[in-house]
Design a protein around this ligand. Sequence first.
Ligand SMILES: [Zn+2]
Length: 77
Amino acid sequence: MTVTNMRQGTCPACGSQEVYCLKAIKRQFMVELGYWGAEDIPSKVLVCVECGRCERYLQLTDKHKKKIRDEAARVQG
Ligand SMILES: [Zn+2]
């Protein structure tokens, strides 16, 4: 299995399986979404204690997803 993200339990950077999940504290990820102003979206952080790499995942509600799809620029590959 190719490791592409830390949710697979292995660090893609160093190969360590010492990946832990932290809950991000509030006010750490502010997203500006149109008339909502700045929205504080809860997120969780996966961290590798071997090399320090981390990945952050926003815990999006359907409302967040709709606003993002409607208002943000989509990244074209
Ligand atoms: Zn690592």
